[in-house]
Design a protein around this ligand. Structure first.
Ligand code: NI
Length: 627
């Protein structure tokens, strides 16, 4: 059955694109940057009942290349364009079509062809060119009012070569995306040679002969979850899966059935931004400071997943649909994977009589994987039988490479093969967590552990307590992790009360975090200012969706969280949104080459006084031969 939060289907996208064409908004140099579901308000959702008519709205972000203008159109699915407004002075995320056109222009450029010839490359088809947004200053003489990309390049000596083994150093172009004009060919001249040690990783290039015996996941009775459209029911969890062209995988309306009563935990959870600041001064790294979500709309690059490879066991897949720059709709089959995993033991105790109770932990997994040029990002959400929720990003793929003089010191990169450098960089994620703990309103507390003052309260010097601080306003709620006080944050609902009269809550448990190495005054520091706190909180506003603002492309900075929170709004008893910044600092190892094994980063949400006791106590013992 259809639901207002269902992602836009292929038919709906077609229909919306047709409306945009009919209105003259999508033709010629008028391109579609993004097509998203305009999600209904919470009030509208509360009022909606299954079977009610669905007035589905789509939000189209359009780029008019002639007028150099972003337009936002609200389109009623099946009902035509309802509203159009101009958004002057900003650029949309870069389009796949833009990148294709830029690369074509570069391939035809005589200056580039000559520069390659000076490096001994006479066949342009052997050159892999990528189109990247500027994460640093646009060079003097280039008009930053134009929509630009710069293009690093790599050599592909054989058709199936790993191109990242062969960076072409000291040669880049800058392209105007609208005129498709190559504005500048930057040739540093005396550059390090192209590293020529191959980076083989395909099975037919490596021995790939380390084998284990088969491991089969058998669920003879099928999985323990049921799926109705985009609604999922597993164990005592109820939720809806969503998908967005910009953010990718989204979770909606996450609930847990407690003693027969569905209790809400989250309204909407997503990874609202992902930025990768590079720390090396080589232009090939320094300029690459991509917002993979806000500048590249990573949802478009969602993989089709393969059974037995990406996901193992009894899998249920969901297909998603996306629209490209020209309004062509494409279905990505098997884009979202749902399955169950055995996750070791949930709990165990052997008592004084020798009696043993033990429970297996089963977890529900919903995941998707995107490929953004050299990197893969897996977004994995886990639901546990004790009421916990986990998000884990899985980072894999190939490190960005530049070339250097073999053996020469490189302060900000690892030499992974002779002359092949992997620059230091960070992967910084920002989750947008619209938690509704037993609905709204909610408030935010910080909890820290601290020793009690020496004296009667702490005679032995070993007593400690917790201190709770209400983060009452947005300026209070700009916080960093602190392992020295076991700091955590909890979202509380003061009404209803927990079973002993305290507020019900979920806490955010940070996992791997990092701290930005870029100066706040740098171009990337200004543009991704959200990365200078691990936690932010705001009252929920529909138009406050992305922590670096809606249009980070070539934006000078200051948008998003820093801008909104300057109002210093109250966070007490409001519809609260948490923003959690986490990620990794990647100092590449030779073992990250030629493809890096999965690196993990993420966080957990755990109930605190939400349930009377461990909900995992009610889990049945394993059946069969466990004794
Ligand atoms: Ni990395």
């Amino acid at each position: 059955m259809s639901h207002p939060l269902d992602p836009l289907s292929a038919d709906e996208l077609e229909n919306v694109c047709e409306s945009l064409r009919n209105a003259g908004l999508l033709q010629g140099a008028r391109l579609l940057s993004m097509l998203q579901l305009e999600e209904p308000t919470k009030a509208a959702l509360r009022a909606w009942r299954p079977g009610d008519p669905l007035a589905r709205m789509a939000r189209a972000t359009l780029w008019d290349g002639t007028e150099q203008l972003v337009r936002i159109a609200l389109v009623e699915v099946g009902g035509g364009v309802r509203d159009v407004r101009d958004a002057p002075g900003v650029f949309p995320s870069v389009l796949a079509l833009d990148c294709d056109r830029a690369r074509e222009a570069v391939r035809r450029d005589e200056r580039l062809i000559a520069a390659l010839a000076r490096r001994g490359i006479t066949d342009i088809d052997l050159v892999h060119i990528e189109a990247w947004s500027f994460g640093s200053a646009v060079p003097a003489g280039i008009d930053a009012e134009r929509r630009l990309v710069w293009t690093p390049m790599w050599l592909r000596p054989e058709p199936d070569s790993n191109v990242y083994a062969h960076p072409i150093e000291g040669l880049r172009t800058i392209v105007d995306l609208d005129s498709c004009e190559v504005l500048l060919v930057e040739d540093d001249g005396d550059s390090p040679p192209i590293p020529m040690t191959p980076g083989p990783y395909r099975a037919d290039q490596t021995r790939a002969e380390v084998r284990l015996r088969d491991l089969a996941i058998v669920q003879a009775d099928g999985p323990s979850f049921s799926v109705d459209g985009w609604a999922v029911s597993w164990e005592r969890w109820r939720l809806r899966i969503g998908f967005d062209q910009r953010e990718g995988l989204v979770l909606h309306d996450v609930r847990f059935v407690d003693d027969g009563r569905e209790r809400q935990i989250a309204h909407r959870m997503s990874i609202a931004e992902l930025v990768i600041p590079y720390g090396d001064r080589a232009p090939g790294a320094q300029r690459k400071q991509a917002f993979d979500t806000g500048e590249f709309s990573l949802g478009i690059f969602t993989n089709s997943l393969a059974l037995g490879c990406d996901c193992l066991g009894e899998i249920v897949y969901l297909d998603v649909a996306v629209a490209d720059a020209l309004g062509n709709v494409q279905v990505i089959p098997q884009a979202i994977c749902m399955h169950e995993e055995d996750h070791g033991i949930l709990w165990k105790h052997t008592d004084q009589t020798g009696h043993v109770e033990v429970r297996r932990s089963r977890r529900f997994v919903v995941s998707s994987i995107v490929t953004v040029n050299n990197y893969e990002y897996g977004y994995f959400w886990y639901l546990y039988q004790d009421g916990s929720i986990e998000f884990e990003a899985k980072l894999t793929g190939i490190v960005l490479t530049t070339a250097g003089v073999p053996g020469a010191p490189s302060p900000s990169a690892t030499e992974i093969e002779q002359g092949l450098l992997a620059p230091y960089h960070q992967h910084i994620f920002c989750a947008r967590l619209d938690l509704d703990i037993d609905g709204v309103p909610n408030s935010l507390l910080e909890v820290e552990s601290e020793p009690l003052p020496a004296g009667p309260l702490n005679p032995e010097g070993s007593s400690y307590t917790t201190r709770q601080t209400v983060l009452a306003r947005e300026s209070d709620a700009q916080r960093e992790v602190n392992p020295f006080t076991s700091r955590y944050w909890k979202v509380v609902n003061a009404d209803p009360r927990g079973h002993l009269g305290g507020p019900v809550a979920y806490k955010l448990v940070p996992g791997a975090v990092t701290w930005p190495m870029a100066s706040p005054e740098s171009v990337i520091g200004r543009r991704a200012a959200f990365m200078y706190h691990h936690l932010w909180a705001t009252p929920n506003r529909r138009d406050e969706r992305y922590p670096a603002g809606e249009f980070p492309y070539q934006h000078p900075g200051g948008a998003g969280l820093p801008e909104w929170t300057a109002a210093d709004r109250s966070l007490e008893d409001v519809d609260l949104v948490l923003w959690h910044v986490f990620g990794t600092n990647h100092i590449p190892r030779s073992e990250d080459w030629p493809v890096m094994s999965v690196e993990r980063t993420g966080f957990m949400l755990k109930p605190v006084g939400f349930f009377r006791r461990n909900p995992g106590i009610d889990v049945a013992p394993p059946s069969g031969h466990c004794h």
